[in-house]
Design a binder for this molecule. Sequence first.
Ligand code: ADP
Length: 366
Amino acid sequence: KRRIGVLTSGGDAPGMNGAVRAVVRMAIHNGCEAFAIYEGYDGLVKGGDMIKEMRWEDVRGFLSEGGTLIGTARCMEFMERAGRTKAAKNMILNGIDALVVCGGDGSLTGADKFRSEWPELLQDLVDTKELTADQIVPFKHLNIVGLVGSIDNDLSMTDATIGCYTSLTRICEAVDSVDTTASSHQRAFVVEVMGRHCGWLALMAGVATGADFIFIPENPPDSDWEEQMCRTIKKHRAKGKRKTIVIVAEGAIDENNNKIPCGMVKDILSKKAGLDTRITTLGHVQRGGTPCAYDRMLSTLQGVEAVKAVIEATPETPSPVICIVENKIVRRSLVEAVAQTQEVAKAIGEKDFNTAMKLRDAEFTE
Ligand code: ADP
């Protein structure tokens, strides 16, 4: 009978609650006990009433709620070994021997570090007499399972992360609203969208809204982009289009790795294309609100798979991250998925955009 902890960590994403609900109910369904760890790794480090057993009815209504109801945090203490030692102690005091972490690549990196250090952390606790040798005996192995919660869709090896389609939906709704006023006044709008180092939201929002021009970090524009952009937009206007939408990913860069600020794009559209131009930064609206149907489905199926992975785990199996590839829920190596994600960031930093696009996702290369 396993005692499975679940936590949400890093940036919140719509659908995280669906994942918590699925983990709790699937655990109970399989005769296991489920524990919610509140406020991400903070709850694990602090222990006490930050760790609560969850019953079936405790997660009622979670599926349609945005954000994360069990809280999330960025926890500096967990970055240090001392913090992780405290976390290990709290796990053992609560009898928890498996942890499902729903978060971004940072949270998953932390989770894997915790797992790899686990035997040493336990030994430290015995050496410092915080726990007895007998107490640690049933906890030889820690099972970690990762679920990717991130609106950015920035993890390699999965086609979608929990939250990205809700965020894309929010962006589309916002651009639709901007569209009506833009058309009325024949204006241009520069819309900044989130995504940190990943242009997925900007790229897909561009496709979904029929934007005139987009900027994403994975594919910086040629050096003559100012002329290119104005030429494209003038061509669209010549066909009778009354509005112009340019979508800029927050991490957009030019050939020389310099950020492309929305203000600069606006000035070019105003001065070189002669358009009355405004900037709309969508901000946290993109992170909030009710999860869309896809994220409810994805988080539920992945939460179920996470518990299956815990139940089937042997000491030899490496920590999995639950992914979706070509519409199938699959397990991948958590370490490899995180490493590949970091390789993308490195490739972008080194201006090796071909590699970045190839490692990113099928959408970027096709
Ligand atoms: P995200 O999971 O959204 O990428 P962060 O990178 O902020 O967000 O990570 C969330 C939390 O995960 C951090 O505040 C920290 O507690 C933990 N974490 C991140 N990276 C590491 C690491 N290398 N080692 C240990 N813990 C980490």
